[in-house]
Design a protein around this ligand. Structure first.
Ligand SMILES: CC(C)(COP(=O)(O)OP(=O)(O)OC[C@H]1O[C@@H](n2cnc3c(N)ncnc32)[C@H](O)[C@@H]1OP(=O)(O)O)[C@@H](O)C(=O)NCCC(=O)NCCS
Length: 186
């Protein structure tokens, strides 16, 4: 079952990043990383073709209240996002438990510095300790080695393989993982 989520007033801090809800003024930063070839495709969406497209996506973030902006402390720029998505794939998890699927993307300029594992770990702690989720789920296309490494570094366990459809109409063999809240008795 999907846990209720509203990130409007969430503010988290990691050693190098601030995590907060998106603001309308983030549109240029969003466009700067989401328009780069080879970023969104790994998560199933096409690079943004215009600032208007980024504005539409940003408006969706503001409406749906489930996506956090990753702010690089040194400059104050938004360099990525993390969403607490509703789980659409049927998964072998008890209906009585509540969780969400984590989805993430980072500006290509910042890849390979351990920033997404740092982010995901902070969000795991928040979702388990403050929001008392029962579990979090993560998935990646099988060919997405980078995302698999983040999932592994954050301690998720294998759940199942399946095929996912991308926004651009292709089918991708994919893998799902789960992490249960260690503070809750199952
Ligand atoms: C997946 C992603 C968020 C990883 O973030 P990150 O902060 O770079 O993660 P890490 O620094 O832990 O690096 C993860 C792996 O990426 C690989 N990697 C590092 N730098 C890289 C680069 N410049 N180019 C390609 N791969 C790189 C390495 O294999 C690394 O694993 P290692 O630490 O064992 O060597 C980032 O690559 C990204 O935004 N990718 C595009 C969107 C995406 O795939 N989203 C997830 C959808 S499921």
């Amino acid at each position: 079952m999907n846990a209720p989520v509203d990130v409007t007033n969430v503010q988290l801090e990691t050693p190098r990043l601030l995590l907060r809800s998106f603001r309308e003024s983030d549109v240029e930063d969003l466009y700067a990383y989401a328009s780069v070839d080879g970023v969104g495709q790994m998560a199933g969406w096409k690079p943004h073709a215009s600032i208007e497209e980024s504005r539409n996506i940003l408006n969706m973030f503001l409406r749906e209240k489930k996506t956090l902006a990753l702010v690089w402390k040194e400059t104050g720029s938004v360099i990525g996002s993390l969403g607490l998505e509703p789980i659409e794939e049927p998964l072998p998890l008890p209906e009585s438990l509540q969780g969400r699927e984590i989805g993430f993307v980072l500006s290509k300029d910042y890849w390979g510095r351990g920033l997404m594992p740092e982010t995901v770990k902070a969000v795991i702690d928040f979702c388990f300790q403050t929001w008392q989720f029962d579990y979090l789920v993560c998935s990646h296309f099988i060919r997405n080695h980078q995302s698999r490494r983040v999932v592994e570094k954050c301690g998720f366990s294998y759940l199942k393989d399946c095929t996912l459809r991308t926004d651009f109409g292709t089918e991708e063999p994919s893998r799902f993982y789960v992490l249960f809240n260690p503070n809750k008795v199952r």
